[in-house]
Unconditional design. Structure first.
Length: 305
């Protein structure tokens, strides 16, 4: 395999090729789509484009199992072709929820995936990683660089461009949401509130607000980092309707729920559901290219040395 003519390129999994191409255009470089072939027995063959000394692998890691293997195979091919620095850009980073063994015999997936990727690439860049007890993304990836970007600057820019109503109350679904909800509210000079959530199971939650009067006859924007089953969103909508919210919209960083569920959200009372491009989804509306490009500009300088 030949080396790319420039010292910095992007290689993307097929599912994220359009976002990777836009990022490449921002950075003034070339994007190659990684080719996948699946054999009848389920094994995969991976073919990468021309390598460069610094190569970005762009891969959002929802439904991650085959994608993780693809990254391993792509990294092997790129290293063999002359890549000396590999950077994984994973706008959604998988297996971060399980950061402890809650029952006897459980694997701690965060540790396993962290070590696996740390042995494969030189840096990981992600967006709003779903961390709980782990306070620093660097602790997930021993011995390499890691960056956990906030999606809130991109979301704030999107809302301002759309004509954000400053009477809107920005709402987070639980205590863990306070950091990103408060950041977004500060960027937009808006009020915010955070719910108290009690989880009964993966699909059953209860939500309540201590000060319901703040929502009376005001627009509300619900902001969550991950939505998969949708139970938290539905519980929040019900509680906000009971508190007298005028309208309720939702913005989600990582939309992991089935696209058909959007209709259920709208029937329940949401006016709109929008998500960032961290995961390819029918609700995508907010691009992350600007924050990713800012985080990666230093890689171009490394490549130019």
């Amino acid at each position: 395999m030949k080396m790319a003519t420039n010292g910095f390129v992007i290689q993307s999994l097929p599912s994220t090729a359009s976002d990777a191409a836009r990022l490449a255009a921002r950075l003034g470089t070339t994007m190659y789509a990684i080719e996948l072939h699946r054999f009848p027995d389920g094994e995969i063959r991976v073919t990468v484009g021309p390598a460069a000394a610094t190569t970005i692998i762009y891969a959002s890691l929802e439904r991650p199992n085959d994608k993780l293997l693809t990254i391993l195979f792509a990294a092997e091919a790129l290293r063999r072709a002359g890549a000396t620095r590999l950077v994984l850009v994973a706008p959604y980073l998988c297996y971060m929820r399980q950061d402890a063994a809650f029952h006897q015999g459980e694997a701690i997936s965060q540790k396993v995936i962290g070590r696996l990727l740390a042995q494969t690439v030189d840096r990981v860049v992600t967006v709003d990683a779903h961390l709980h007890r782990t306070k620093d993304i660097a602790d997930v990836f021993p011995g390499i660089e890691a960056s956990d970007l906030s999606a809130m600057p991109a979301i704030a820019d999107f809302l301002r461009a759309a004509g954000f109503d400053r009477a809107t109350v920005i709402v987070g679904p639980d205590a863990e949401s306070r950091p990103w909800v408060s950041e977004l509210a500060n960027r937009l000079s808006a009020d915010y509130a955070v719910a108290h959530k009690t989880r009964r199971s993966d699909r059953s939650v209860e939500v309540e607000f201590t000060d319901r009067a703040v929502f009376a006859d005001r627009p509300v924007l619900l902001v969550d980092d991950i939505v998969s089953s949708g139970g938290t969103v539905l519980a929040c909508v019900k509680a906000l309707q009971a508190a007298g919210a005028k309208t309720i919209d939702a913005i989600i960083t990582h939309a992991l729920f089935p696209p058909a569920m959007t209709e259920s959200f709208l029937r329940a009372g949401l006016r709109s559901v929008r998500s960032t491009h961290s995961v390819p989804h029918s609700s995508n509306a907010i691009e992350l290219g600007a924050i990713l490009a800012d985080a990666l500009r230093g890689e171009i300088k490394i490549a130019d040395k």
